[in-house]
Structure formats: structure tokens, C-alpha cells
Design a binder for this molecule. Sequence first.
Ligand SMILES: Nc1nc2c(c(=O)[nH]1)N[C@H]1C(S)=C(S)[C@@H](COP(=O)(O)O)O[C@H]1N2
Ligand SMILES: [Mo]
Length: 256
Amino acid sequence: MSDEFSPTPDVSRRRFLRSAAGLSGLILTGCDTGDLTPPVRRGGLVGIADVLTMTTQRLLMAHQPLVQEHDPRDITQDFPTWGQTNPDDEEYQRLLAGDFEEWRLEIGGLVNRPTTLSLDQLKGMKRRTQITAHICEQGWSAIAEWTGTPLTDVLAAAGGVTPDARYVVLRAFDGWYEGFDMFDVVHPQTILAYGLNGRDLPRGNGAPVRLRVERHCGYKNLKFVKSIEAVASIDDIGRGTGGINSDWGFHWYAGA
Ligand SMILES: Nc1nc2c(c(=O)[nH]1)N[C@H]1C(S)=C(S)[C@@H](COP(=O)(O)O)O[C@H]1N2
Ligand SMILES: [Mo]
């Protein structure tokens, strides 16, 4: 029997195409410059700055997708801890006391197969190690080696995002949340990091897992990650600007 008359290859091919649709949507957005403007337009000078920063960087970086990776000898001794270093959250404290064995990353929203991942499962997936500069908007920077799972692989573990997903929102145990468009989500250096300078991520730096999103400055690199949600719009997230820091008035896209 030729393939043409056999229902089986056709069905599996169709299923393949359907699951590939989510992924290729991701890959397509990742291949061009992505969105050129932030999801929410603010008025006045700050609004103009929002748009100029993001548009300029996206266009400048269109053909240079990776941020600079440094040499091991550039690593800053004693990477600082900044902001929250020990979330005052009952669930977090319980998980911390149990060495995060019970920690489960929730992956939901507009994904094909909502799921959870344990720390061991995450560590068993594809890993990426990168030595990059962290630039905090509050006036310091430091270089560190981060090891983690690419965010695309984490979404793939949930069957990939559905075609209507436009943003991915991460939430943390201290109540922080940050949203990203697909350009940053599929960026090869966007990882959920569980390792810092070859060791387990210390609590102060966001244990068990923190985001590294290298095109953004410090505050978008969410620590203490609890869940990941793919969404069509950021309107219902916090005050609707796409992240806790932009809700407070910082740029949604500040670049680094
Ligand atoms: N959940 C959460 N993530 C966070 C913060 C925070 O207070 N809570 N601080 C941010 C800021 S302003 C910076 S500069 C970095 C600091 O990361 P570090 O503590 O590893 O230096 O984490 C960012 N991510
Ligand atoms: Mo920061």
C-alpha cells in the first residue's frame, strides 16, 4: 500500500504539523526582530524613550543575536545579591528547608500540555552555560557563569505554546512577575538558571531557579521562579504593563 492510501502516515503527519505549528511560530518570531515596540504605550518623554530604546536595540541586534560571552577569568568574585534574598513566603520557606526536592515549576496558560517539572527534571534537560555581564539599573554590574535550561525547551516540555500565545509571564515566590515577548523567550541565551559559577544557585541569587534574559537589565532577571504562563495579552497581568517593574514605572524594555 502506498502512503497515499494509508491513513496512518497522514494522521501522524497532521499531528506532527499541529504540534510543529506552535514551535515554528516561536522559531519564526525568533528569526526576525520580534516586536519593535513595548506592549503598552506610555505618554510623554518616558513613552518616547520606551519605544526608542526597544526599537533601536531590536534593529541593531537583528543580525547579532547573542550578547557577548566572557572568558572565565573575567568572572567577578562573589557575585552580589540584590533586592529580595530570602522570600518571606511560607511555601518558599518549606521548599527551601527540603532542599527544593518538592519544588515544581508550573508551566501553563497557552501551552499545548500544561505540566510541572521538578528540579531534577529541569537539570536533566538540555543545558546551556554562559558567562555574561549582569547590569543592574541601580548602578552596578558583575560577570558570572550561569547554567540552566533554555526557556524554549521548558515550554517544549509543555507541548509548546499555542499559536495565539504572544507573551510569557514568569512569577516568583516573592510576588514579583515579569513578562517577555517571544523574541526574548526564544533567544538562545534566555535560560532558567539553576547554576552560578559551577555551583547550585545560592538562595540569595534566586534559588532554586532564576531567569537569565541577557538583553535585559537586572530587574527583568527574575529570581525564585515559581511558574511560567504563556498568554495572548499582558492586560490582566498586574497593572497591565507586562511586569512588576514596569508597573512601578521602570521601562518594560530597558535593554542592557
Ligand atoms: N523575584 C525577584 N527577582 C529579582 C529581584 C527581586 O527582588 N525579586 N531583584 C532584581 C534585581 S533589581 C536585580 S539587579 C537582580 C539581582 O540578582 P542577584 O541577587 O543575583 O544579584 O535580580 C532581579 N530579580
Ligand atoms: Mo537591579
